[in-house]
Write a protein that binds this ligand. Structure first.
Ligand code: ZN
Length: 203
């Protein structure tokens, strides 16, 4: 499986990092080795001094497809959860400044964390999904899917023009505002429609 991540999909987050508004979804990938094994703590990597959390809605692809029409895209994912796209912000800023790829800052082991998936059909409000993350018991990020610049269906249509989506792939759909740093000893709790879908620590 592969993990595809969308960047710059919430206006307030684009502003907080002083980025430009994208004309089309911006995406990058993480390998399957980036997925934090279930039940494990996130291992703070030695190569960074600034690991940021990005709390995101994550789609699970249930049907393979290439060049998927936006109108057909909803049939290609069946479940959703909340995840963390861990980012070595210090390395990412160096990569951006040099025009280099971001993999070093985004694709490292443990950098993709996902909670328990919920069937799309079981959502209380599929048109405006509420999600968030508590850091050490306090709300750190809260978002709503209606604030996304590019919808799930638009994202799937766009990505699948270039990359075939396969059953079991995950798509991280971008972070709202409020990204920040974690430190060893921190505890993160992820919430989808008010229900906790994961609790894990940083070691
Ligand atoms: Zn992200």
């Amino acid at each position: 499986m592969k993990i595809i991540c969308v960047g710059r999909n919430y206006l307030a987050h684009i502003k907080e990092l002083d980025n430009d508004l994208p004309a089309e979804p911006l995406f990058f990938m993480k390998p399957d080795t980036a997925l934090l094994p279930e039940g494990e703590a996130f291992p703070y990597p030695g190569f960074s001094n600034e690991i940021h959390y990005e709390t995101e809605l994550v789609l699970r692809i249930c049907k393979s497809g290439h060049n998927i029409e936006e109108a057909e895209a909803a049939g290609h994912y069946d479940a959703i959860t909340v995840g963390i796209d861990f980012t070595a912000r210090d390395l990412q800023n160096q990569c951006k400044a040099k025009g280099h790829p971001w993999e070093k800052a985004k694709a490292f082991d443990g950098s993709a964390v996902v909670g328990k998936f919920k069937e799309i059909s079981a959502l209380q409000n599929a048109t405006n999904i509420a999600f968030g993350m508590k850091l050490n018991g306090e709300w750190a990020q809260q978002g709503h899917s209606r604030d996304m610049i590019f919808s799930f269906n638009r994202i799937i249509a766009h990505i699948s023009r270039f990359v075939t989506l396969k059953e079991g792939d995950f798509i991280f759909t971008g972070t709202p505002q409020g990204v920040g740093a974690v430190r060893p000893g921190d505890v993160l709790e992820l919430f989808l429609e008010g229900e906790r879908v994961l609790r894990f620590g940083v070691k």
